[in-house]
Design a protein around this ligand. Structure first.
Ligand code: PLP
Length: 385
């Protein structure tokens, strides 16, 4: 048996993308291989690119209204490539204080090791970023809606600041999604996603996506991906392609559920605070309306009275899985004080408004009545604890 045997040809095109597991692609002659490298046409070695990644990248490109995006092996891979594409030793970068924990660590611990100075700013206050701009500031990383307090960044103010100082605005659109926020239309130079979350939507594929407005930066992202080795696995891309097909439907339903849950929680005895950008009582509601329109998002945070005992009772009685992630097709409950924000001191968490009674729901597509009765039971269990 020889590897030179090719699959038997057949007529017709498969409706479902073939899963292409091959790491290596053959050419018939050295000249053909040479041409493929020079023209970057066809595939040679899957770290340099493969059909499943290319298909998925094109699908997300369409959602974000851009061409030439790159899929990475995780959302953090996308964050890293975005920063690496714009920064080098001697440069300065700004990051939001409310970034996802690993993104914060990348900014605060890893970039300085490469000779890149970093500072953090309050994303709801563009003046706090303006005060930190230096002549060598080259990039700013921000999320539109923060986790888990769901504060809305002053994207208009930050975009104007970046434009005035030739700073690349990098927007992590994971939470807001392309359906909820058109990041390039709001001044982003680079947009990225943890595709692991809402876009793929089933907690079974670990992926990221990153794209720039300028084609030259996309070419740079492509080279960085192959060189730093952030290329995704074909199987994950294949799974995410399937998940992405239902993304608009899932998102529409989950947003409607989230709005209904936020309203019900606000009326529930024992719930002391509800945070949902779509509600009039949200601290950034006006900004949320301006940036997100009717898209209140799929995350709802709330607080109950009491401490760890009450939190344990609620999680135990809740019908939804207690899991430190987001964006699954089903609703999940998380407790930031013991997961995403556990590295902070009690005082640090208090400054962000995260107490032991603080929970975040990543809302899914279940029948909303089921979620409501389950939550009522869970909140009641906490009150009795
Ligand atoms: N950005 C945001 C907003 C996230 O929530 C996460 C993960 O939770 C990431 C980036 C990193 O994505 P991944 O876990 O796919 O590496």
């Amino acid at each position: 048996m020889t590897r030179r045997l090719r699959p038997a040809p057949f007529a017709g095109h498969p409706l479902v993308s073939p899963l292409q597991a091959s790491v290596v692609y053959t050419a018939d002659t050295p000249s053909e291989l040479d041409a493929m490298y020079v023209e970057r046409s066809g595939y040679t070695y899957s770290r340099e690119g493969h059909p499943n990644a290319a298909t998925l990248a094109r699908m997300i490109d369409t959602l974000e209204g851009v061409e030439g995006g790159v899929v990475t092996g995780s959302g953090m891979g996308a964050v890293a490539l975005a920063l690496l594409a714009r920064l080098g030793a001697g440069d300065h970068a700004l990051g939001s204080t409310q970034l996802y924990g690993r993104s914060l660590r990348l900014m605060v611990e890893e970039l300085p090791r490469l000779g890149i100075a970093t500072d953090l700013f309050d994303p709801t206050d563009a003046a706090s970023a303006a005060a930190l701009i230096r002549p060598e500031t080259r990039a700013m990383l921000v999320e539109v809606v923060s986790n888990p307090t769901l504060r809305v960044a002053d994207i208009a103010g930050l975009a104007a600041l970046c434009r005035d100082h030739a700073v690349a605005l990098i927007i992590d659109n994971t939470f807001t999604t392309p359906r909820g926020f058109a990041a390039f239309d709001h001044g982003a130079d680079i947009v990225l996603h943890s595709v692991t979350k809402l876009l793929s939507g089933h907690s079974d594929a670990m992926l990221g996506w990153v794209a720039a407005r300028e084609p030259e930066v996309n070419a740079r992202l492509d080279v960085l991906s192959a060189t730093w080795g952030t290329t995704p696995a074909p199987f994950d891309c294949w799974m995410a392609e399937r998940g992405l097909l239902s993304f608009p439907l899932r998102h529409e339903r989950a947003e409607a559920n989230a709005a209904a849950l936020a309203q019900a929680l606000a009326e529930m005895e024992g719930v002391t605070r509800v945070l949902y950008p779509g509600r009039a009582d949200h601290p950034d509601h006006a900004r949320a309306e301006a940036l997100l329109g009717s898209h209140g998002g799929t995350m709802v945070s709330f607080e109950i009275a009491g401490g760890r005992a009450e939190a344990d009772a609620l999680a135990k009685a809740a019908p939804m899985p207690f899991a430190p992630t987001l964006g699954d097709i089903a609703t999940t409950l998380s407790h930031p004080a013991t997961s995403s924000h556990r590295a902070l001191s009690v005082e640090g968490r208090a400054a962000l408004g995260i107490s032991e009674g603080f929970f975040r729901l990543s809302v899914g597509v279940e029948p909303v009545a089921e979620l409501l009765t389950g939550l009522e039971r869970a909140v009641a269990a906490a009150r009795q604890a």
